[in-house]
Ligand binder design. Sequence first.
Ligand code: F6R
Length: 248
Amino acid sequence: MRVLITDSYDQMGLEAAKIVAGQIYLKPNSVLGLATGSTPLSMYERLVAVHRTVGLDFSEVTTFNLDEYIGMGPDNPQSYHYFMQKHFFKHINIKPENVHIPNGMAQDVIAEGERYEQLIAAKGGIDLQVLGIGQNAHIGFNEPDVKFAATTHKVELDEETILANSRFFNNVDEVPRYAISMGIKTIMMAERVILLANGRNKARAVYKAVCGDVTPEAPASILQLHRDVVVILDKEAAELLPANVVSI
Ligand code: F6R
């Protein structure tokens, strides 16, 4: 695990965008795993800028998003389908058929999880997975006490996650209770992973991910066992890390 501490949220996004852009330059038909939420917004902005200014080409790129709320269709402004279109896909030249997000409206969620896994495998697996982290150290929607062996599956959101995500809704009661999420195994099978975090409210979770015991109680801690992870932080999110953490 390598840790990169940047000066600001924007700088965090820039460093993440450099890694994603580098991946696409080296392998134009890369398979990217993508996250939603506030954290990766500055990375998406930078990638859109690189696409516009120097023509970073997404025409052969395939993407798989981590998760979607159950019961939300793509036209729902709170859905992760909608989020991705709004903040990223509609601004770049990715082919719609190369964009994949779990179907939150699937009747059979188990079958949907299997379909998603098969699709990832058929594309040759994920080359680079982008992750945010929850205040409870979740990755994707893999909440504490997760099964490390899980693949894409239905999850019940933690109260802490529901509360944290209520900032995107009118009130907490509108936040869905369930989601479909890539599992820890799906994430761990990616060739490379970048984990982004900003803000003091993520400092504890970052500490657990980087320095804590590897335990299902802190799902992100499993990343310590992955061979190629870069953790990109702003100063606030790095606040609790000891000085001897290997940084680049
Ligand atoms: C989003 C996702 C979540 C978020 C995490 C942090 O697709 O899988 O794990 O990355 O909840 O969310 P923000 O960035 O909004 O703080």
